[in-house]
Design a protein around this ligand. Structure first.
Ligand code: ADP
Ligand code: MG
Length: 224
């Protein structure tokens, strides 16, 4: 999938309270690219990721996936598109607390009325090191294990693109590093496009292309 964003802009509030969360962000991502985005708190990183993944719609601007205008889709079509093509990993894991790890992982497929490919999901869980934790509820798992479940959930529908919003932000540095290695192997290692927001410069440097964002303005980092 070629992802092309043109002048994505998001304004919040009115009058004196108006905030330009994102100011005309443009970028083009080729299939299989691994991209990182860094920036201070409040700079617009999550806003950008939500717009790029169709979780939210911009005030202005255009987004295409292989030429298809994503924001021209109605809400239900857009949700279906996201479930099939996009995986999203959140900083806070966002697992459903009453469901087991396995049920959380299979949930996107069930929502899409698709039969989970159980052999694939079991292999995925094994690769992520949570194969023996699948009947546990999230609260019985460590942060690192919860994030691995969330990664498995993001990958369950075999999406072409994965977005991760500070995926290591709630983890200690060792589980953070393991989670990044797994994301990278599961993402760019298999030809998926991977876009990671991070505060961690070591994580950012793993990416082949790096962007930074300050006060809603996105720029590509070119110097080595
Ligand atoms: P980051 O992820 O880089 O910390 P965000 O994208 O969450 O930044 O936020 C960018 C700016 O937009 C901030 O000033 C934030 O307060 C503002 N903002 C984000 N979401 C909303 C919202 N729903 N309503 C009003 N302002 C918001
Ligand atoms: Mg954020």
């Amino acid at each position: 999938m070629v992802i092309q964003a043109k002048d994505l802009t998001k304004l919040y509030g009115e009058g004196e309270n108006r905030v330009t969360a994102l100011d005309r962000a443009s970028l083009r991502l080729e299939p299989g690219e691994f991209v990182s985005i860094t920036g201070p708190s409040g700079s617009g990183k999550s806003t950008l990721l939500h717009l790029l993944s169709g979780l939210d719609r911009p005030t202005l601007g255009k987004l295409t996936y292989d030429g298809q205008d994503i924001y021209a889709l109605g809400d239900r079509e857009l949700s279906a598109f996201r479930r099939r093509k996009i995986g999203f990993v959140f900083q806070q894991f966002n697992l459903l607390p009453a469901l087991t790890a396995w049920e959380n992982i299979a949930m996107p497929l069930l929502l899409d009325k698709r039969q989970p490919d159980e052999a694939y999901l079991e292999e995925l869980a094994r690769l992520l090191g949570i194969g023996d934790r699948l009947t546990h509820l999230p609260h019985a798992l460590s942060g690192g294990q919860q994030q691995r479940v969330a990664i498995a959930r993001a990958l369950a529908a075999k999406p072409e693109v994965i977005f991760a919003d500070e995926p290591t932000g709630n983890l200690d540095s060792r589980s953070g590093q393991e989670v990044m290695e797994l994301l990278q192997a599961a993402g760019s290692g298999t030809g998926k496009t991977l876009v990671v927001i991070t505060h961690d410069s070591r994580v950012a440097k793993l990416a082949r292309r790096r962007f930074s964002i300050v006060d809603g303005v996105l720029t590509e980092v070119t110097e080595e």
